[in-house]
Every structure is written in C-alpha cells, then in structure tokens.
Ligand binder design. Structure first.
Ligand SMILES: [Zn+2]
Ligand SMILES: [Zn+2]
Length: 138
C-alpha cells in the first residue's frame, strides 16, 4: 500500500505549547528536532484526518508520541497517542510505528514510492562503490 502524500506546515508556537503541556521544559537543542513540515504517514485513501509523528517524549512517556493531525483545510491539532506497535513479523523486528487504532494498514505495509525510487537510484548510481565496500576481505 502506498503512503498518503498530504503534507502540511507545522505551526511552531502551537507545537511548542503542545510539547510543554506534556513535558516540563524544552531546550533549544531539543527544538532542533521539531519538524517545520510533515507528511502524512498513513496509507493512502485513509479516513479521519492526516497524521504525522512530530515529537518523542522524554522518558516519562515511553508508550506515547506526540502526533500532528490535520484536516484537508489545514487545521492542525496535536495529540499524544499510544504507539500501535503491532509486530510485522513473528520475531517482532519491525513493529508498527503508527499510533493505536490508526486508519488503514500498519506502517510496515505502507511504502513510500518516492523514497523507494530514490533508494533504487542511489543504489544504482553507487553500485560499484557498494560492491567494493561490501566485498569480503580475506
Ligand atoms: Zn493522509
Ligand atoms: Zn499499526
């Protein structure tokens, strides 16, 4: 399944307020991790609003992350949501990185065609180098 292509600008002041509501303080270096724009992480043609992860809480909330959710008209709100975490394989290597009860498929079933095309191109352009780096030394 393809990833939704909706993007949105993140209102930084409102994001900061949402972060401060969930944790006591924010440093400048923390804020370097706050995104200016987000892209919806759900599978395409989903119901509900668009959603993108924006903030990892300090250690006190390991089971939740802060998510931006927005409607097609661009109205954005921030919500702390529990991780979905459903494993994609029996050994649990690739747990779903979306929130609990998200619309559509789990993250390990959602693919980004642009990103895949990009990584294929990078691989093709650097095939010689990659072969050299991965060649066994014996
Ligand atoms: Zn979306
Ligand atoms: Zn999931």
């Amino acid at each position: 399944m393809r990833q939704c292509t909706a993007t949105a600008e993140v209102p930084l002041t409102e994001l900061l307020i949402a972060i401060l509501a969930g944790q006591k303080r924010v440093t400048d270096s923390d804020l370097a991790y706050a995104p200016d724009t987000v892209r919806c992480e759900l599978g395409v043609w989903h119901e509900d609003g668009h959603a993108a992860f924006v903030w990892d809480w300090e250690k006190h909330k390991p089971r939740e992350g802060l998510w931006a959710r927005w409607t097609p008209d661009g109205t954005m709100r921030f919500e702390s949501l529990t991780w979905c975490g459903i494993p994609g394989s029996p050994d649990g290597d690739d747990a779903c990185t979306l929130y609990l009860d998200h619309a559509r498929e789990h993250s390990w079933k959602v693919r980004d065609p642009e990103l895949e095309a990009f990584s294929r191109r990078v691989f093709a352009e650097n095939a010689g180098l990659i072969a050299r780096l991965t060649r066994k030394r014996n």
